[in-house]
Structure formats: structure tokens, C-alpha cells
Design a binder for this molecule. Structure first.
Ligand SMILES: [Zn+2]
Ligand SMILES: [Zn+2]
Ligand SMILES: [Zn+2]
Ligand SMILES: [Zn+2]
Length: 461
């Protein structure tokens, strides 16, 4: 600090020169950071600054430099004199209130796309797109500005959390260092808040409305001021996409759906989701958590409680390589106050001949040997709900595959599930256990099942 010599009233203090502005400034910060009442304060400061910059200053020298600083920029309540950071932030916020129109740029937080190059060329300079409000976990909501950069060649616009192509379709870009998520309208969420929601779902079995109610109530009690209440549906949609993107990584392009297509769009990702799940948990990598006997046995079982409402259109099928087609009906969620999905509203089902439940003929000697465990045509499952899930679990306890069932836990669906997952397995089990195994084995051995094609049209996916 040679240049500041004439400013000082006590030149005798300036016995030692500090090698650089950087070191001088770090020393001052160290002085502010270490507690005023800490024991052997000067000793530790000297040791630390010497360690930072490989110096050999002694305590006298350091004390002298610190005294100099007190003349130049006196301290006040552990701060260099002048306004504190919080005060300045407050003043800036007040100043920004003088510009109430939307599309003003936030001076405090700007969110720019990470991408700078597309089609081999530099993207346009960032331009402000819109102002957003960000919900935080333990502080009041804040405002920020989203920016975008455009590619001059393919016309794709890049934003902080997604890119938008010429047709207006948006696709997520969510990295590990993303700090806020803004996918719908101008409401954003701090990633920490979404992580919190993750854990509340996992460990407190909490739903989205419970979460938002609890959050809104907490904010009111703790004096956290938000511009409006958190909306259950908005946070749900944002959380879903954020989770999916983190799950898929860069393997799958995740589209940001328009509001009315949300359920349909999420459902279209179901196959990719299941594939990735199976590949991950049946891979050799999972064996590193287990012992060598892992993956020898695979247990299949249906679970009938995890059901959801499905469209009442029952004609669609899903293709199956070996069985031809399997009747499952339309898997989409019914429209509001309707039994059909938006695609099948107004469909009139043809009168169906009343189905007779399969009876076991006990006089027939081979039929006597059949276990009465057949689960198809279970009359207890209402037709407007799915029939639950079927899961495959290794003997080590890891669930390596799940799939949804429709209508009933039919042998054709269980068999198709097995065929699909086995193709993706890195490690094949030697034994399969199933609670209706004798019927399943009979089904597999009966080659006519494989040729029995369902005549219904395939369901367009
Ligand atoms: Zn481009
Ligand atoms: Zn295992
Ligand atoms: Zn439908
Ligand atoms: Zn049996």
C-alpha cells in the first residue's frame, strides 16, 4: 500500500510494506471475519495470512498493517464503515419498486442461459425476456430477470432452464448447478425448496397440497413475505419435470408440455422412464452394493393397491412381440368429470355379451391338478381403474423393474412384462418365483397363446 502513505496521520506506523493489494485486502477481510474476542487473535491471523501467501510476516508487522487499515477504512460493527450488504440490497429493492412495469431488468439477480455456442456459431448477446418471482425455502420470495440468447442459424432460443425451437416447443435444460427452476409462467422455485419437497414426499409421505399448505402456513408464522400463496398445481408440475430431467440426465429429451397436455406428455415418457429404471437396477453396477449371491432369484408379484383412474375406452391394445397384441384399453387419465379421456369423450361402447367367469371343472382329472390362483377377470377390480402394478425384485431386495397392469393381473401382461425386462437385463437370474407360477408356466408352454392375436386395433402411443 505504498500509494496510500501520504494519507496517514502517523507515518511512523508504515514501517512495513505489504507485497500486494491482494494480500492487504485479504488481511483486512481476515481481520473482519475472525471473531473480535477470539483468544490469541493476532497470533492466528498472522499464521493464517502467512499460510495463504507463503509469507514470513511476524505479529508486529501484521498488527501494524491492521492499524493502517483502521485509519484508511475504519470498522463499524464488524464491517468496514459505510452501508452493510443487507442495507444496500434493501435500498436497491426500494429503488427498483420505482419501476413497477414488467420487463424491467432486475439489478440483483439475472438468469442467463449457460449455452453460448449453437450450430458452430456464437449465440446472440443475452437479452432480457421476463421478470420472475422466486419462491425460497427460508426467505421471502425474490425477483429476478430471465434472459435469452438466440441462434442466428437454427433460430433456437436458449433460456436458463429450457430452449425453445422455431415451432414453439420447449425442452428442458437442467444441470447440476442450476439454482432456480422456472418452467411455467413467471413463477420460479429455488432448487433447495424442491429438494425439500423431495424429502418430504419420501420420508413424510406428504402430498403436494399438504406441502403447499404447510409451506404457506409456515411463511405466515415465520414472517416470510411472498408475493402470493404457493400454488399446489404449479409446484407439482415444476417439481415433476425437474425430477424427470434429473432422472434422465442427458439420455432423454424432456419436453416442457403446455398446461392442458401435461398428463399426456408425462405419460408418453413412461416407457423411457421404465427402461432407464430397469437398466439401472439390473446392471452389474448394482451388484457392488450386494454380495455375490445377488441376482440369482427374481420374485414377481402384483400389487393391487397402487391403482389410478383410467379412461373407460377398453378397446386399445399394446403391441407384444410374442403375443401379438395385448388388450389393455386406453391408459390415459379421464377428463374432468368424465369417464373418458379427452380423446375418447363421447365414445359409445357396443353392448358387450356378459362375461362368464372361468369355472374350474373338478371332474376333469387334469383340471383337478390346476391351482385355483388364476387372477384374470378378477371381478373386484373396477373397470375405470388400472389394476395396479407388477414388480420384479431380486433376492437381495432391490426392485429391478415395475410396470402398470390394466384390467387384471392377467398372465399375458405378466408374461409380456417378463419378456420385456429379461431382454434388458445385464445379469440374468437362474430362478423365477411367482405366486401363480404354475399357471404362468402352463401359459408359456401353451404355444397357441403366442399365436392368439388380439383383433383390436393397436393403441397409438
Ligand atoms: Zn443453432
Ligand atoms: Zn443385489
Ligand atoms: Zn382414452
Ligand atoms: Zn400351482
Amino acid at each position: 500500500m505504498t500509494s496510500s502513505k501520504p494519507l496517514l496521520s502517523e507515518p511512523a506506523k508504515l514501517l512495513f510494506d505489504i507485497p500486494s493489494i491482494e494480500i492487504a485486502s485479504t488481511l483486512r477481510k481476515l481481520d473482519l471475519r475472525i471473531h473480535r474476542n477470539a483468544d490469541k487473535r493476532l497470533f492466528h491471523i498472522t499464521k493464517l495470512i502467512n499460510r495463504f501467501y507463503n509469507l514470513t510476516m511476524n505479529e508486529n508487522e501484521v498488527q501494524c498493517h491492521l492499524d493502517n487499515w483502521d485509519y484508511l477504512a475504519p470498522r463499524f460493527n464488524d464491517n468496514i464503515i459505510g452501508m452493510t450488504d443487507t442495507q444496500i440490497t434493501c435500498k436497491i429493492k426500494q429503488y427498483m419498486l420505482e419501476f413497477p412495469n414488467n420487463h424491467i431488468c432486475s439489478l440483483l439477480s439475472c438468469y442467463l442461459p449457460e449455452k453460448t455456442i449453437c450450430c458452430g456459431k456464437l449465440l446472440s448477446a443475452p437479452r432480457p425476456f421476463q421478470d420472475i418471482r422466486i419462491f425460497h425455502f427460508s426467505e421471502s420470495s425474490s425477483s429476478g430477470t430471465l434472459y435469452y440468447r438466440k441462434c442466428g442459424v437454427c433460430n433456437i432460443k436458449y433460456y436458463y432452464n429450457y430452449y425453445e425451437n422455431e415451432d414453439g416447443d420447449k425442452f428442458c435444460i437442467i444441470n447440476d448447478d442450476t439454482t432456480i427452476i422456472c418452467l411455467f409462467s413467471n413463477i420460479a422455485y429455488d432448487v433447495k425448496l424442491l429438494h425439500r419437497l423431495d424429502n418430504d414426499i419420501l420420508f413424510k409421505y406428504c402430498g403436494f397440497s399438504n406441502y403447499t399448505n404447510a409451506y404457506n402456513m409456515y411463511c405466515e408464522a415465520a414472517g416470510i413475505v411472498n408475493h402470493k400463496l404457493m400454488d399446489r398445481f404449479h409446484v407439482e408440475r415444476t417439481w415433476f419435470l425437474w425430477r424427470l430431467c434429473r432422472f434422465f440426465g442427458k439420455d432423454v429429451k424432456t419436453k416442457v408440455p403446455v398446461e392442458k397436455d401435461f398428463d399426456k406428455e408425462i405419460l408418453s415418457l413412461q416407457r423411457d422412464c421404465l427402461d432407464l429404471f430397469i437398466r439401472r437396477w439390473s446392471s452389474k453396477r448394482h451388484q457392488s452394493y450386494c454380495n455375490e449371491d445377488c441376482c440369482k432369484l427374481l420374485v414377481l408379484d402384483g400389487h393391487q393397491k397402487a391403482t389410478r383412474r383410467v379412461c373407460a375406452y377398453k378397446i386399445g391394445t399394446i403391441p407384444s412381440e410374442e403375443l401379438g397384441a395385448i388388450k389393455v384399453g386406453c391408459p390415459h387419465l379421464p377428463a374432468y368429470k368424465n369417464t373418458y379421456c379427452s380423446e375418447h369423450i363421447g365414445f359409445k361402447p357396443p353392448p358387450e355379451p356378459s362375461k362368464e367367469r372361468k369355472l374350474y371343472n373338478l371332474r376333469n382329472p387334469t383340471q383337478q391338478l390346476i391351482c385355483r390362483t388364476l387372477k384374470s377377470d378378477n371381478p373386484n377390480i373396477p373397470s375405470h381403474r388400472s389394476a395396479g402394478i407388477v414388480a420384479a425384485v431380486y433376492n437381495c431386495g432391490y426392485i429391478c423393474a415395475v410396470d402398470e397392469l390394466y384390467g387384471s393381473e392377467s398372465l399375458s401382461q405378466v408374461y409380456n412384462f417378463l419378456v420385456n425386462i429379461v431382454k434388458k437385463f445385464e445379469v440374468l437370474p437362474t430362478v423365477i418365483a411367482y405366486d401363480d407360477a404354475c399357471n404362468l408356466v402352463r401359459f408359456i408352454r401353451n404355444s397357441t397363446n403366442r399365436k392368439q392375436m388380439c383383433q383390436d386395433p393397436p393403441y397409438p402411443s
